[in-house]
Every structure is written in structure tokens, then in C-alpha cells.
Design a protein around this ligand. Structure first.
Ligand SMILES: Cc1ncc(C[n+]2csc(CCOP(=O)(O)OP(=O)(O)O)c2C)c(N)n1
Ligand code: SF4
Ligand SMILES: [Mg+2]
Length: 286
């Protein structure tokens, strides 16, 4: 195991005291330290949101991109340099709202990245509007009479979109969460780790206590993680009990393994490019 201090950023998190995202950051650091991934071999990509500030708070390569666009950036980085461990971090608004299309396509491609979504069921950064995972009837700034839409179910969506590792954690249990992230990073293919990460400032319904009263671990129930039908059934369970842990895992060739250029040639990051190659490319597209 590497020292946790190796990943300590000079920038301190600016999250509100008690924000669930602290637990996610700690769990991610624990997971990469356990896996002995050197900071120079790790890229953390995010979109925009409180949760998407995470790459600034870990010492590794980072890319704080545009709202909903973390997955396309991560895809490019991964295809250019398949030796990098690529982790995408963001929020429910970022990934399940504006970025939803990218999320689905990355899963059906089985791109070998790990996607950690800090799901607080609200837009935190923009001060408390309803998000795609806000529960029905939730009163927010943007839904003063309560939301009238059904929430997106990210676990069910991931299962039917081809994700090969689908898990859910709770930032109130960072040890369990670190295990889920570690397994997700080790997994070859697209890994989703959806995390209940309470927003203590704007979501007064889905709090730590709310989840502590409801969550239970699938692993404690003799659950079979290779059974897609059972996983779909479990993905629909919410009240009074909510399952966390690994819903589903399977093995399938990754996009990188199937891509004809990567399969046979040199990854772009190792290709030698002359200035005239670069100029030619720019001239072709600009
Ligand atoms: C294209 C674009 N649209 C809207 C915004 C405004 N915006 C910034 S963050 C955000 C939502 C953040 O919610 P979430 O992804 O759940 O992150 P959280 O702050 O809750 O962690 C929105 C709508 C933006 N920055 N860019
Ligand atoms: S507003 Fe919510 S999500 Fe954002 S830092 Fe504060 S507690 Fe966390
Ligand atoms: Mg959010």
C-alpha cells in the first residue's frame, strides 16, 4: 500500500463542513493507495458542480472540464494513453442530467474507466435546485410545489446500458465505499459507483440519518453479483430498505481491446509526431 499522504493536494476542499463528498474523496484516496497507483499514473476528470471540484483536492493528474462533459474528456485521455488509470468524478446533475448521453454511450462501449457519482439528489453548487435523481414531490427552489417527475434510476440505467461493474455506496460508510471503488478500478471495463453523498446544506430530506436507517449491504445477504435479472430487481428497491454494494459484475472485451488502432498499433501518446504531422492535422480541421 502507498502512503495516503502521497495523494495530498495543496488545495484544501472547499466543501461545506459535513458534506458527503469528503467521505468520497477519502475513499478514493484509500482505494488508489491500496492499489499502489502512483499519482503520475492516475487521471481524475470531472465536470462542474460541488462534487466536480474533487480533482483539485487529490494529488494526481486532473481535468476540471465542462458541465456534463467529463466522460468525453476521459474517453479521449484513455484512448490516447491506455496505461493511465482514469477515474471520473462528478454529481448527479452533471452525470445523470446534462451528461446523460455520454454516460450511456461510455457504458455500451465498455470503456475501461471508473465513474464515481456523488449523488446528493440536488444541484448543490447552484444552491439547491431539483436534479434528475431528486425524489418525487421534493420541494426545492426550482420546484416550490414539489417535483412532478419520476427520478432517473442510475443503477437500472447502467444495468441495461451494458456497464460491466455496477455498484452503489454511501459516503457515511467510507470503508465499504473504498472497497467498492477499489474493485471498480481493478475491474476491466466500465465501472459505475453511484454514491449517496448527502448535501447537508440544500437537501434536508436525503440526509445521513435517512440513509443510515435504510441502507443494507447486498453482500450480507448471499447475493449473486452475476445475476443480471436479480440485479435489475434489486435496482428498483428503495423504501423501506435500500441496497448498497455490488449489484452486478461481468467480463466483456473493453472498447480499448476492440479498437483496431489500439489493438494493433502504438497508443497515440507513444506515437512520434513531427511538427508537420501536427500542422497537417490542424489544417485539415480548422
Ligand atoms: C452548460 C452549463 N449549464 C449549467 C451550468 C450551471 N451548473 C453548474 S453546476 C450545476 C449542477 C450541479 O449539480 P450536480 O452535478 O448534482 O453537482 P453538486 O453541486 O450537487 O455536487 C449546474 C446546473 C453550467 N455550469 N454549465
Ligand atoms: S452545497 Fe451541498 S454539495 Fe455543495 S459543498 Fe455544500 S454540502 Fe456539499
Ligand atoms: Mg448533486
Amino acid at each position: 500500500m502507498l502512503e495516503l499522504s502521497k495523494y495530498k493536494s495543496e488545495t484544501r476542499p472547499d466543501w461545506c463542513p459535513g458534506c458527503g463528498d469528503f467521505g468520497v474523496l477519502n475513499a478514493l484516496v484509500q482505494a488508489v493507495a491500496n492499489l499502489e497507483i502512483d499519482p503520475k499514473d492516475l487521471l481524475v476528470v470531472s465536470g462542474i458542480g460541488c462534487s466536480s471540484n474533487l480533482p483539485g483536492f487529490i494529488h494526481a493528474y486532473g481535468f476540471h472540464s465542462l458541465h456534463g462533459r467529463a466522460i468525453p474528456i476521459a474517453t479521449g485521455a484513455r484512448l490516447a494513453n491506455p496505461e493511465l488509470t482514469v477515474v471520473v468524478t462528478g454529481g448527479d446533475g452533471d452525470g445523470y442530467g446534462i451528461g446523460l448521453g455520454h454516460f450511456i454511450h461510455a457504458m455500451r462501449r465498455n470503456l475501461d474507466i471508473t465513474y464515481i457519482v456523488m449523488n446528493n439528489q440536488i444541484y448543490g453548487l447552484t444552491t439547491g435546485q431539483a436534479s434528475p435523481t431528486s425524489q418525487k414531490s421534493f420541494v426545492t427552489k426550482s420546484s416550490p410545489m414539489g417535483t412532478i417527475e419520476e427520478p432517473v434510476n442510475p443503477i437500472a440505467l447502467a444495468l441495461v446500458s451494458g456497464a460491466t461493474y455496477v455498484a452503489r455506496g454511501f459516503s457515511g460508510d467510507p470503508k465499504h465505499l473504498a472497497e467498492l471503488i477499489e474493485k471498480g478500478i481493478k475491474h476491466k471495463g466500465f465501472a459505475l459507483v453511484d454514491v449517496f453523498s448527502p448535501c447537508v446544506t440544500w437537501n434536508k430530506v436525503n440526509t445521513y440519518d435517512y440513509f443510515r436507517q435504510r441502507v443494507y449491504k447486498l453482500n450480507d445477504t448471499g447475493y449473486d453479483t452475476s445475476d443480471l435479472g436479480m440485479a435489475l430487481e434489486k435496482s428498483r428497491e428503495w423504501d423501506p430498505k435500500i441496497p448498497i454494494g455490488i449489484f452486478y459484475e461481468t467480463t466483456k472485451p473493453t472498447y480499448e481491446e476492440l479498437d483496431p488502432v489500439l489493438r494493433t498499433g502504438t497508443p497515440p501518446v507513444k506515437a512520434s509526431l513531427s511538427q508537420s504531422d501536427v500542422d497537417g492535422l490542424f489544417n485539415e480541421f480548422i
